[in-house]
Design a protein around this ligand. Structure first.
Ligand SMILES: NC(=O)C1=CN([C@@H]2O[C@H](COP(=O)(O)OP(=O)(O)OC[C@H]3O[C@@H](n4cnc5c(N)ncnc54)[C@H](O)[C@@H]3O)[C@@H](O)[C@H]2O)C=CC1
Ligand SMILES: O=C(O)C(=O)CO
Length: 325
């Protein structure tokens, strides 16, 4: 099988593919491919390993010969999944291996927002560390606060563990289904979305981006949160409405925010969120540790190797493609 890879990925994944006897071609330029370039590159490929490219309906229709698409991510909002399923293309992702690293990032953003950390650092580099003032530079303490988790899945649970363990935070959550294991382990309490907004001192978003969650955190929602609340999003930028978030922060409807994801990405360097004291923004580095990225590359490779052997990808997003077989 010929495999096309849209970015340079960790060696661990490449080695697995090559050891399995697959032929690999990689896009090595430091820019995204155009749809046309991607279609052309996939003409001679049987498998696509995708990091960072949007795989829309038009691309998929032009590439329906692909036997498998392996995403180098757990999120699959970057692919027109119904089209892939209709075309019979199995799509794999990389669940689990990135949960800890992504929760670490959410925790870091929570701390950074609570203590104005990124802003304080900018003050030093701007030469504004002048004299000590007991009433200046004050942040928030998190001990004993309530963490509200929107989407208590794999990453949400890891974030809740860190917050309960480090700060004894009380955990409440809103999820499609009950997570009894987390209730047992962390004393997490399932609440309505409205209660989540009303009670959370820190509200952290960990759902996938879907039609249901897109734009969910808008002005009406921010208005229902505590004025002292910190909003954290490490899931997808399109889950919050950016202009509404800016309004909510400027008008003190909420206290602070920590974002690893924005809409669009990359965020423009003059975005007002980058200059607010209680806001911390990172450039989508949730899973960016050496160990995690290597593990993701291995899972993506395993998804392709399985198909090359006539098996199902072990981490399959759309099992329906096998229903008709
Ligand atoms: N910043 C980053 O680098 C990363 C971001 N992510 C994002 O995090 C998301 C979550 O990843 P995991 O925890 O592995 O997924 P998961 O599937 O284990 O957890 C998601 C949870 O959200 C719940 N959920 C989904 N829609 C909901 C809704 N409308 N209302 C309430 N609950 C809902 C699900 O029932 C599930 O429990 C990914 O889809 C991805 O977008 C993932 C990895 C890294
Ligand atoms: O896996 C994902 O969904 C990411 O956003 C990056 O790891």
């Amino acid at each position: 099988m010929n495999v096309f890879i849209t970015r340079i990925i960790p060696e661990s994944g490449l080695r697995l593919l090559e050891d399995a006897g697959l032929k690999v071609k990689q896009w090595t330029e430091k820019r995204s491919m155009t749809r046309g370039e991607l279609i052309d590159a996939c003409q001679g490929a049987d498998a696509l390993l995708n990091a960072g490219q949007r795989l829309d309906e038009q691309f998929l229709e032009a590439s329906k010969h692909l036997k498998v698409i392996a995403l180098h991510s757990v999120g699959y909002d970057n692919i027109a999944i119904e089209t892939a399923t209709r075309l019979g293309i199995p799509v794999g992702n990389t669940p689990g291996v990135l949960s800890g690293a992504t929760a670490d990032t959410a925790f870091l953003l929570m701390m950074a927002a609570a203590r104005n950390a990124f802003y304080m650092n900018r003050k030093i580099t701007a030469g504004e560390w002048d004299f000590f003032e007991p009433t200046a530079n004050l942040g928030k303490e998190l001990s004993g606060c309530t963490l509200g988790v929107f989407g208590l899945g794999k990453i949400g649970v890891e974030m809740a563990r860190r917050c309960a363990g480090a700060f004894g935070m009380k955990i409440i959550y809103h999820n499609r289904n009950r997570n009894e294991e987390a209730e047992h382990e962390l004393g997490a309490k399932l609440v309505s979305f409205e209660e989540l907004l009303k009670q959370s001192d820190v509200l952290t978003v960990h759902t996938a981006l879907t039609a249901e969650t897109e734009g969910k955190f808008d002005l009406e929602v921010f208005k229902q949160m505590k004025p002292g609340a910190i909003f954290i999003n490490t899931a997808r930028g399109a889950i919050h409405q950016e202009t509404d978030l800016i309004y909510a922060l400027e008008n003190k409807l909420i206290w602070g925010a920590g974002l690893d994801v924005t809409n669009p990405e990359p965020m423009h360097a003059d975005n007002p969120l980058l200059f607010m004291p209680n806001v911390a923004v990172l450039p989508h580095i949730g899973s960016a540790t050496e160990g995690t990225r290597s593990a993701m590359a291995r899972l993506a490779a395993e998804n392709i190797i399985a198909v090359s052997k006539g098996e199902r990808p072990p981490f399959l997003v759309n099992p329906e493609v096998y229903d008709s077989l």
